[in-house]
Ligand binder design. Structure first.
Ligand SMILES: *Cc1c(COP(=O)(O)O)cnc(C)c1O
Length: 368
């Protein structure tokens, strides 16, 4: 049964495929593509996206082990890098053939110990180099000790060495970024020569591909937000296709007389007779309170209906005084990158947070 009377996030498979190809076209034919689908696929649906892309990419990455397990349980066979695995989940990680980011001596030793205990050999791991983001990873000063430790732990297969750029979208930080690339190059050379190995190297996210594919393409790239049509750059974003559309319906229309108020704390007092529509989406779904009181609008019957009054947990009210509409009519919350960007800006945040805030109670549908 197809229940249309819900708030729903539609994922456009054609747009995903288009955007994937757009980034592939910027790369050498031999460069592997890893698609990052952490946080439910940037707030969309990681399982649906992975199922659709599994034969089109070399790798997936998630942040946490349980996100990788969800993909395995859905039958995804593609290699999966877990970017931020936790030691207490290592056994589960191995059980589901997930590949850990090893970013510290503690994670290295704990993982190697489990491989010994389970008598596993050649288990693929990925070593994170801290080239300047200062989040996770080994720094230059750790490298001699790391090489010694890796020689000792001979059950590991070092599948890749990778690092993450701090400001790949900010060309004012170009000098800093080039320095990060140089640090990564120097550290990986040290490790590869020290151990006589040839792992893949990777560094670029979406904006990295846009701005540094010449300097830091290496053997693989890791991108996430670009898949959904966002490139942190107006010009490039305009060449991508929007993949996400959030729609709802009008639950009820209210006629508000002059002097009556709307919503919690009487956020708006009508200075004339108004018509409002109540929509089943609220701050618990990712529509933050800063978007209330005209902070953003929805589109009904091709016209803009601003939010009136405060955003409630499960609902918003919008002004439809001048819009021809009825209860049950379709409401578009966003259907373009520009609209998501407007909402992010009004929420004092970035598109990444706007998308990942979309609550799990909203239904997802992948459209082909
Ligand atoms: C999230 C993440 C990415 C993807 O970044 P985008 O800007 O979404 O392309 C790549 N690498 C790491 C380590 C990440 O955490």
């Amino acid at each position: 049964m197809d229940n249309n009377h819900v708030t729903i996030l539609e994922i456009d498979a054609k747009a995903l495929a288009f955007n994937l190809q757009f980034f592939k076209d910027k790369l050498k034919a031999t460069t592997k593509v890893l698609v990052v689908i952490k946080a439910f696929g940037y707030g969309s649906d990681a399982v649906k996206i992975a199922s659709f892309l599994s034969d089109k990419v070399a790798y997936f990455a998630v942040a946490y082990t349980d996100e990788g397990i969800s993909l395995r349980e859905a039958g995804i066979q593609t290699p999966i890098l877990v970017l931020h695995p936790q030691i207490q989940n290592f056994e589960l990680l191995i059980q589901h053939h997930l590949e850990p980011n090893i970013y510290s001596f503690d994670t290295l030793n704990a993982f190697a110990d489990i491989l010994v205990k389970q008598d596993k050999r050649d288990y693929p791991i990925h070593i994170k180099i801290n080239s300047g983001l200062n989040r996770l990873g080994f720094k230059a000063t750790h490298i001699p000790a790391l090489i010694t430790a890796l020689k000792k732990h001979d059950r590991l297969f070092i599948s890749s060495l990778f690092s993450h750029i701090a400001a790949s979208e900010d060309l004012n930080e170009r000098v800093f970024t080039l320095e990060q690339i140089a640090v990564f190059n120097s550290i990986s050379t040290q490790i590869m020569e020290g151990l006589n190995i040839h792992p893949d190297k990777h560094m670029l996210n979406t904006s990295g591909i846009v701005n540094y594919s010449k300097e830091a393409q290496f053997d693989m790239v890791r991108f996430g937000i670009g898949l959904f049509g966002f490139a942190n750059d107006k010009e490039v974003t305009s060449q991508l296709q929007n993949a996400l559309t959030l729609t709802s319906i009008i639950s009820q229309i209210q006629v508000i007389e002059k002097g009556e108020s709307i919503g919690y704390n009487r956020g708006l007092i009508a200075d004339k007779t108004m018509r409002t529509a109540t929509i089943p989406i609220g701050h618990a779904d990712g529509i933050g309170r800063t978007l209330g009181n005209g902070g953003t609008y929805v589109t009904i019957n091709h016209q803009k209906a601003p939010i009136v009054g405060n955003v409630c947990m499960d609902m918003i009210m919008v002004d439809v005084t001048h819009i021809d509409c009825i209860e049950g009519a379709t409401v578009i919350i966003f259907d373009s990158q520009e609209k998501v960007e407007q909402m992010a800006k009004m929420s004092h945040t970035i598109t990444y947070e706007m998308l990942t805030a979309i609550s799990q109670r909203i239904k997802r549908r992948l459209l082909f």
